[in-house]
Design a protein around this ligand. Structure first.
Ligand code: UD1
Length: 418
C-alpha cells in the first residue's frame, strides 16, 4: 500500500503544468463507442480512472494503445454489450457507456454503479431521458438493461443540470432519428469539450456551454481525433497549494476562464492573481481573509475544489462558511482536518471553518475520496511536522503525479510503499 508523506512548512515557488482533464477524458473515451475504427486522443492523463475506462473498452472488444499522453482506441463490434459489475464498481463514470452503446447497437446491459462515499449518486437522470428517447429500460439483478430499435429525438428538460446525465444523453442523441432538444443541461467546460469532439466525429450539436443543447441526429459518425482540455480541478488544486504556503506559483497549460470562480474567491481573500492566455499565477500573501463559499454547477464554485479550498480557509484570518450544494455527504475531510488541529464545525451541508487557530500539526490521516485526498495533502504542506496520508488509491484515480508536481515546486513530499 502506498502513502504520501509530507513534511510541512516549505513555501512553494515556481511553475508547473496542468495535465489533461480526467472528467473530460472519461466521456470522450466512451464517445469512441459511437463509431467503429481508430480514434486518437491527445493529452490523456495517466490515471487509474483512465485505466479502468480502458479495461471496460477492452471488455467491449476495443483495443487501446497508449504512448505517453496519447491514447489510440480501436473500436470493433462488441461480442457482448455488457459493462460488468467488477469494472463499473471501480468507477461510477462507467455508466457513460450506456448512451453510446444503446444508440449504436440498440441494446446495452450496464451494472448499476451504486452509491459512493460522497453521496448516494443515483442515475435516474440518465435513465429517464433515455426512456424519453424511446428506450425500454428495466433494472434487473443489479443491472440496467436497455433496448431500443432506434432512438428517436425528443424535447427533454432535466430536473437538475447533471454533468454525467447531460453527457450520456448528448452522446445517445447524436445517432437518434430526428432532433433532440436538451434543456437545463450542465454547462461545464467538459460538456463543451465533448460537444467539440462529437462535432469533429460528424455529429450536429449546438448550444454546448449554454442551458439548451440541440442535437440533430445523423446516421453514423466517424472516429475522433481530439486533444483533451486541461484539468481545471488539478490546476485549481496546484494554485491552492501555492496559496496555502504563501508561495508564488504559476500553473501553465490551463484555461484561466475555466477557473474564474476560484480566481474570484482567491482575489476576495486578498491574493493577487495574474493570468495570461494559458496560465494563472498566484502571488504570495502573508495573511488572507476568510471568505464564504457555496458550491454550484458551473460557472459556480466547483464541488471538486470545495475540500481543497477548505484547507486554505483553515489558515485564513476569520471565519468561513462553506456550503456544499451538489453532494449530500462531501465533508468527510473535515474530521481529518480537525485531527490536524483545524477548528471546523460540520453541519448538514455546511461547514463553519474558524481560520488561523494556532496552525495545523502533522498527523497520520486517511483519504476518504479523491478530492479529500488533495485537501489533506494541502493541509500537510502547511502543518508542522510530518503528515502521512493513507488510502491514496483515491488520489491516484484522478491526479497525475501530484506529489511529483508539488515536489518540483519545492514541497517536501514523497510517495512511500508501506
Ligand atoms: C461529475 C464529475 C464529478 C463532479 C460532479 C459535479 C465526472 C466523471 N465526474 O460527476 O467530479 O463532482 O460532476 O460537478 O465528470 N444526480 C441525481 N441523479 C442522476 C445524476 C445525478 O440525482 O441521475 C445528482 C447526484 O447525486 C449529485 C448531483 O446530481 O448530487 C450532481 O451529479 P452529476 O452532475 O451527475 O455528477 P457526476 O456526473 O456524477
Amino acid at each position: 500500500m502506498d502513502v504520501i508523506v509530507i513534511n510541512g512548512g516549505k513555501v512553494l515557488n515556481g511553475s508547473v503544468a496542468a495535465s489533461g482533464a480526467k472528467n473530460a477524458a472519461l466521456p470522450l473515451l466512451f464517445a469512441a463507442l459511437l463509431a467503429e475504427g481508430e480514434h486518437r486522443f491527445d493529452n490523456v492523463p495517466l490515471l487509474k480512472d483512465i485505466e479502468t475506462t480502458e479495461l471496460l473498452l477492452n471488455h467491449l472488444n476495443c483495443e487501446t494503445q497508449r504512448a505517453g499522453n496519447r491514447l489510440k482506441v480501436t473500436v470493433n463490434e462488441p461480442e457482448e454489450l455488457v459493462a460488468p459489475y467488477d469494472i463499473v464498481r471501480k468507477m461510477r463514470a462507467s455508466i457513460l457507456c450506456l448512451g453510446p452503446l444503446l444508440a449504436r447497437y440498440g441494446k446495452a446491459k450496464v451494472s448499476l454503479p451504486g452509491g459512493c462515499a460522497i453521496g448516494s449518486r443515483p442515475i435516474n437522470l440518465h435513465i429517464e431521458p433515455l426512456r424519453q428517447l424511446g428506450a425500454h429500460i428495466e433494472i434487473e439483478n443489479g443491472y440496467v438493461i436497455a433496448v431500443a430499435k432506434k432512438l428517436v429525438g425528443n424535447h427533454i428538460v432535466f430536473d437538475f443540470a447533471t454533468v454525467g446525465g447531460t453527457e450520456n444523453i448528448m452522446m445517445a442523441a447524436t445517432l437518434c432519428r430526428g432532433t433532440t432538444v436538451l434543456e437545463n443541461v450542465a454547462r461545464e467546460p467538459e460538456i463543451v469539450d465533448l460537444a467539440r469532439c462529437l462535432r469533429s466525429m460528424g455529429a450536429q450539436i449546438e448550444g454546448a456551454g449554454t442551458h439548451v443543447i440541440t442535437i440533430e441526429g445523423v446516421d453514423e459518425l466517424k472516429p475522433a481525433r481530439h486533444s483533451v482540455i486541461p484539468d481545471r480541478i488539478e490546476a485549481g488544486t496546484l494554485l491552492l497549494a501555492g496559496a496555502i504556503t504563501g508561495g508564488d506559483v504559476k500553473v501553465t497549460h490551463c484555461v484561466p476562464a475555466d477557473l474564474d470562480a476560484l480566481i474570484n474567491k482567491l482575489a476576495d481573500c486578498g491574493f493577487a492573481i495574474e493570468t495570461g492566455q494559458d496560465w494563472v499565477r498566484v502571488k504570495p500573501c502573508d495573511r488572507w481573509r476568510s471568505v464564504d463559499v457555496g458550491t454550484a454547477p458551473h460557472p459556480g464554485f466547483p464541488t471538486d475544489l470545495q475540500a481543497q479550498f477548505m484547507a486554505l480557509m483553515t489558515q485564513a484570518n476569520g471565519t468561513s462558511v462553506i456550503t456544499e450544494r451538489i453532494f449530500e455527504n462531501r465533508f468527510m475531510h473535515v474530521q481529518e482536518l480537525v485531527r490536524m488541529g483545524a477548528d471546523i464545525t460540520p453541519k448538514p451541508q455546511v461547514a463553519v471553518v474558524c481560520g488561523n487557530q494556532g496552525g495545523l500539526s502533522g498527523a497520520p490521516v486517511m483519504a476518504t475520496d479523491l478530492r479529500a485526498s488533495a485537501c489533506l495533502i494541502l493541509a500537510g504542506l502547511v502543518a508542522e511536522g510530518e503528515t502521512v496520508v493513507s488510502r491514496i488509491y483515491h488520489l491516484d484515480r484522478g491526479y497525475e503525479n501530484l506529489e511529483v508536481k508539488l515536489a518540483s515546486l519545492g514541497a517536501r513530499i514523497e510517495r512511500r510503499s508501506v
